[in-house]
Design a protein around this ligand. Structure first.
Ligand code: NAD
Length: 259
């Protein structure tokens, strides 16, 4: 299937590694020029060069913290009129809500709710005027089924989800869709670090803990960034113009409900 987006421009946040990288790879494979944003310049330059070599699309790398106003200004200066926006940043740390103060909550809300909202605000009117736009927010399965230790994530991402549910209905008539992708367990640096930390506090080996986690998922495995990116690229395709305001769960069957 031709996704019909070759030559479009995408701003992909959190793109040097993991799920954001998977999205950047899949979009570039469809011929989309990508502006990659991540904090660490080294991993970012490596990712940019790999994508250039493999696909031949125009790749721009912007090393900045997308959760700051300055970082967002740098990203938007490099890609002022994106046709596609992938919102993504690191998730908040786990913990017990009794230990979180106002600053912890503000940091989580800044990163996982207000940053995507600011980027939507900065780009959506241009997309609507040009009559094409695709916005995908990488959120979490925790939006649908809260994870006990991830209260900061459950809360901040639910706020974004509520906002998107409203605005996505206002943009679709202009062929601008806004959807959320909800990852379950994907084999990325972040997941493996989280598993290693939990294993260490339980006195287990990381591989033992990872295997137990895999066995608990109906698919019996973790997802990979390429399959995440493929779904993202489809949501960004010309074929997905009738789909907006949706929360698409990618979790190997882990959520047990009928809907
Ligand atoms: P990862 O750590 O493997 O990669 C994160 C990428 O984002 C890196 O490129 C990093 O440089 C970049 N990044 C992080 N914070 C940034 C910032 N402030 N500004 C710019 N770039 C930034 O993480 P991942 O596993 O790909 O996770 C991506 C998102 O998905 C996170 O919010 C995470 O909480 C969420 N998530 C992941 C999983 C999973 O299983 N991997 C599950 C649920 C939710």
């Amino acid at each position: 299937m031709d996704f019909g987006i070759a030559g479009k421009n995408a701003l992909v946040c959190g793109a040097s590694k993991g799920l954001g990288r998977g999205c950047a790879d899949a979009l570039a494979a469809e011929g989309v020029n990508v502006t990659l944003v991540a904090r660490g310049a080294e991993a970012l330059e490596t990712a940019a060069e790999e994508i250039r070599q493999k696909t031949g699309v125009k790749v721009t790398a912007v090393a900045c913290d997308i959760t700051t106003a300055d970082g967002r200004a740098q990203a938007l200066a490099a890609c002022p009129q994106p046709d596609i926006l992938i919102n993504n940043a690191g998730g908040p740390p786990p913990g017990d809500f009794r230990n979180w103060n106002r600053d912890d909550w503000i940091a989580a809300i800044d990163a996982n709710m207000l940053t995507p909202i600011e980027l939507i605000k900065a780009t959506v009117d241009g997309m609507m005027a040009r009559r094409f736009g695709r916005i995908v927010n990488i959120t979490s399965s925790a939006v649908k089924a809260p994870i006990d230790a991830l209260g900061l994530s459950n809360g901040a991402r639910a706020g974004l989800t509520g906002f998107v549910a409203g605005v996505a209905r206002k943009t679709v008539a202009s062929n601008v869709t806004i959807n959320n992708l909800l990852p379950g367990a994907f084999e990325t640096d972040r997941l493996m670090k989280n598993i290693a930390n939990t294993a260490a506090s339980a006195g287990k080996r990381p591989e033992e803990a990872a295997d137990a986690r895999r066995r608990g998922i109906p698919a019996q495995r973790f997802g990979n960034a390429a399959e995440f990116g493929a779904v993202c690229a489809f949501l960004c395709s010309v074929h997905a113009g009738y789909m907006t305001g949706q929360n698409v769960l990618l979790d190997g069957g882990n959520y047990p409900g009928t809907f």
